[in-house]
Design a protein around this ligand. Structure first.
Ligand code: ZN
Length: 829
């Protein structure tokens, strides 16, 4: 059976609550606002590349002022960014930023869509971006989004005509949207989605420009504006008690992992939209000009409008329940219409409005927070009608129509019905973010076809409450949730998760073997249900061995853990690979690790990842023992150096003196220290004298703006924004005989293989002739930079400046980067 509609994501406005999963309980004035949404039949799609690219002012304006169905299509999930609120990076950061976008949309009233494109990191040019993404697949996902969502208006955040002036992902998003606009109406293009959703031609394509794209306010003032629409986005919404700018800021402040907290503004604010394609509007203050956005847009809709427009005009704020009979009449008429697109959308909105007006509350709560695939679980139901209307709960079914053992109940005014039932899950696989279930490529996620574009995996378990209200029967779908009472926070909601019966993990994700010695590897096994016993083996790369081969465990309670230690012997020669714990229960195998993400502004997340750790046996020699480390913005270089046998001592910035540095074999300065540590302005003399007396100072990358001092080296040196973002870019050895390439390790071109994310950044572009540039490298289409690694003799010692991304390569276990780094701090020994 096909479900008539789903009330899964409420698209109704509500202020963000501390607990992101709290059910929405709109006030009478919010219900009025939602009725205005119901009475607008038009859609807008905003297109950009990352979480945070979207202009929340414009999205909130479209959703709350125009009352349009509004979605933001973010091509990526933002895995490549930085995380300011916790340790999660890469795919886990992508999970957080996905949820932050959903939280932003719950705040500004929009919806959220994605493609399969992965935010693999910075790229300078769309050519580079589209070579790493599968351009055809991303374009097909954009086409799919348009054909499915059916926007009247598409608005690009970026200019498709300016490659090279911003992040390559940004320009690519605009180029793909521009190209898709001409494909979506053609049934011979991307036939599969044409068959699934039908073809669709949006009315117009716009570009959300601003003075910034013109270079200056003055240039914008003088520019030709004949192709610009201008919309006033500073209005105040009395039903919500907020101005558009205030909502936009609350929405933007959901991007907490990026530190985009924003203070709201009040008063007028104009947004500019450059017309790119389609029909030019007669009224350039209205993006929907020339589009019928009334109920008469759908066949049979006029009669519905005749009921709903007067209802909005004379809204009963004192007793919304009194409007239920008219809403039911509109609902019945809507069910007789044939335009399935609008019928589905409006049925969902209207059903929710009927529940909200009638004070009807429905909830299905699982007894346990997690269940296993095909497992049985107990669910408590609550249904209550807080109005004088006649409401009967006819039955409760699963989504495939199977009735649960629940008898017919008349919901008398304000008398709650509570009951329980047991459900056997039909889920054969665990839940968790669908795009992480199968390994993708550097540029693309691997997603099953039916889920492409969805912001997150649909809730694994749902039930349908079949309500008879007056003469109408409404099937209301509800996600089964989990909740508990927290002594501090009160009622806390969490998504119900389907998880495996057992998971296993290795805490250290990269383990370096600097010699042939055996290391202990602790594997933590976690029970996903009560009473399990089984065994664990550790799969290792060829040439490596684990002892013992298998170990057994018994766990009595769900979430209980046991730690088993394996002795891992590395291969005899340089080698890298992955170790993977494999858990066996009876004749079944389990190979996933469970990672949970818990922040107040997003729903609790359970993520399943392949359980593994990288191991690398290095062929590495080093000189010296004691390294002094001066922290900058934060990096994991000290831990990496300790993994290869150095003793690393952190030197506090106010303790830097010739005396305190004297005994170190080398002093290494953390990333962006000259941007973030003000005391370095006064420490330079001590550092220079330490070098003069025979020491080695190695300075890692700093950004070229906002240095605490220009005096960062014993000789003149100026930083630029030059970077090489392609981690595969060919490296040319400029000084093959130089000691840093020969002692104690002989550095060869193979040492620049398997680097991750990038080569380096903020390379110097001018330097004193005392410096010797060691390496040359360049991105495609750029000119060669020789500033990535500069070495100078000063007095008896050596000063080294490098923008190479050692802070990424060493924690990722890249052997060549370790060997080169060891040479740099061994120089002069
Ligand atoms: Zn961006």
């Amino acid at each position: 059976m096909r479900i008539p509609f789903l009330v899964v994501y409420s698209i109704l406005f509500a202020l963000p609550t501390v607990q992101a999963q709290q059910p929405q309980k709109p006030t009478a004035s919010q219900i009025y606002h939602n009725l205005q949404d119901l009475n607008f039949l038009g859609s807008a799609l905003y297109v950009a590349a990352h979480p945070d690219d979207e202009n929340t002012r414009l999205i909130s304006y479209l959703a709350n002022d125009v009352h349009a169905r509004t979605a933001y299509l973010s091509l990526t999930r933002g895995d490549g960014g930085q995380n300011l609120i916790g340790p999660e990076i890469r795919e886990l950061l992508g999970v957080i930023r996905t949820q932050e976008l959903l939280a932003a949309r719950r705040t500004d009233g929009g919806q959220q869509l994605f493609t399969r494109a992965n935010d693999f990191g910075y790229s300078k040019h769309p050519d580079e971006t589209l070579a790493i993404w599968n351009k055809d697949e991303v374009l097909s996902d954009v086409v799919r989004a348009i054909r499915k969502f059916k926007p009247d208006v598409i608005i690009n955040r970026f200019d498709h005509r300016s490659p090279g002036t911003t992040h390559g992902h940004h320009t690519s998003s605009a180029m793909l949207s521009f190209e898709a606009f001409d494909l979506v109406g053609d049934a011979s293009k991307y036939v599969e989605t044409a068959n699934e959703f039908g073809i669709w031609q949006p009315k117009r394509l716009l570009f959300n420009t601003s003075w910034w794209f013109y270079g200056s306010r003055e240039k914008f003032e003088n520019a030709d504006k004949s192709k610009l629409l201008s919309v006033e986005t500073g209005n105040y919404y009395p039903a919500l008690g907020l101005s558009n700018g205030e909502i936009a800021s609350l929405s933007r402040s959901m991007h907490k992992s990026q530190g985009f907290g924003s203070t709201g503004s009040r008063g007028g604010e104009t947004e500019y939209l450059e017309f790119l394609k389609g029909d030019f509007p007669t009224d350039t203050t209205n993006p929907f000009d020339g589009i019928n956005t009334t109920w008469s847009r759908m066949k049979g809709g006029e009669a519905i409008g005749k009921i709903l427009y007067p209802l909005a005009e004379n809204f009963n704020f004192k007793d919304p329940a009194a409007m239920v009979p008219q809403l039911l009449r509109a609902y019945e008429l809507l069910q007789q219409t044939e335009d399935t697109h609008w019928k589905n959308i409006k049925s969902e909105q209207l059903a929710q409005l009927i529940l909200d007006c009638g004070g009807i509350y429905l909830e299905a709560v699982s007894e346990t927070e997690t269940i296993n695939p095909k497992g049985m679980f107990k669910v408590s139901f609550e249904a209550i009608n807080r109005s004088l209307n006649s409401v009967v709960l006819q039955k409760v079914t699963t989504v495939d129509g199977t009735p649960l053992d629940v008898s017919l109940k008349t919901l008398a005014t304000n008398e709650g019905a509570k009951f329980e039932a047991s459900i056997i899950s039909k889920n054969e696989a665990p839940s968790g973010p669908y795009w992480l279930n199968k390994k993708g490529t550097l540029g693309m996620y691997n997603a099953p076809k039916h889920l492409i574009g969805l912001p997150e995996t649909p809730a694994p378990e749902q039930v349908i409450f079949h309500l008879q209200i007056g003469r109408a029967t409404l099937p209301i779908s509800k996600n089964i949730v989990y909740k508990f009472n927290d002594p501090v926070d009160g009622e806390v909601y969490r998504p119900l998760q389907v998880l495996p019966e057992v998971t296993a993990s290795i805490a250290e994700k990269v383990i370096i073997f600097a010699d042939g010695a055996t290391q202990d590897i602790p594997v933590t096994v976690r029970a996903g249900r009560d009473n399990i016993s089984g065994s664990v083996q550790l799969n290792v790369p060829k040439g490596w061995s684990a002892n013992p081969a298998t170990q057994t465990f018994n766990l009595a309670r769900t979430n209980e853990t046991a730690t088993l230690v394996f002795k891992l012997k590395p291969s005899n020669n340089q080698s890298e690979g992955y170790i993977k714990p494999l858990v066996q229960l009876g004749d079944r195998y389990f190979d996933k690790e469970l990672v949970t993400i818990d922040y107040d502004h997003i729903p609790y997340q359970s993520v399943l990842l392949p359980s593994e750790a990288k191991v690398a046996r290095l062929d590495i020699k080093k000189k010296g023992e004691n390294i002094g480390y001066i922290n900058g913005a934060g990096d994991a270089i000290p831990e990496s150096l300790e993994q290869i046998g150095y003793t690393v001592t952190t030197v506090a910035p106010d303790k830097i003196s010739e005396e305190s540095l004297r005994d170190f074999d080398a002093v290494v300065i953390g990333i962006r220290a000259y941007n973030t540590v003000p005391q370095l302005e006064f420490a330079q003399t001590a550092l220079n004298n330490y070098v003069k007396n025979g020491g080695t100072v190695l300075v890692q990358y700093n950004t070229s703006h906002r240095l605490v001092t220009k005096d960062i080296a014993p000789y003149p040196l100026s930083l630029s924004r030059d970077r090489v973002t392609d981690e595969f870019a060919k490296v040319t050895i400029l000084e093959p005989k130089h000691p840093v390439l020969n002692f104690p390790n002989k550095i060869e071109s193979s040492d620049f293989e398997n680097w991750v994310q990038e080569r380096g950044l903020y390379f110097p572009n001018e330097w004193d002739k005392a410096f010797t540039p060691i390496l040359g490298m360049k991105d495609k289409g750029a000119s060669t930079s020789k500033g990535s690694l500069l070495v100078a003799k000063y007095g008896e010692g050596h000063y080294i400046y490098t923008g190479l991304s050692f802070f990424r390569e060493l924690p990722a276990g890249v052997p060549g980067a370790y060997r080169l780094f060891a040479n740099l701090i061994s120089i002069g020994k």
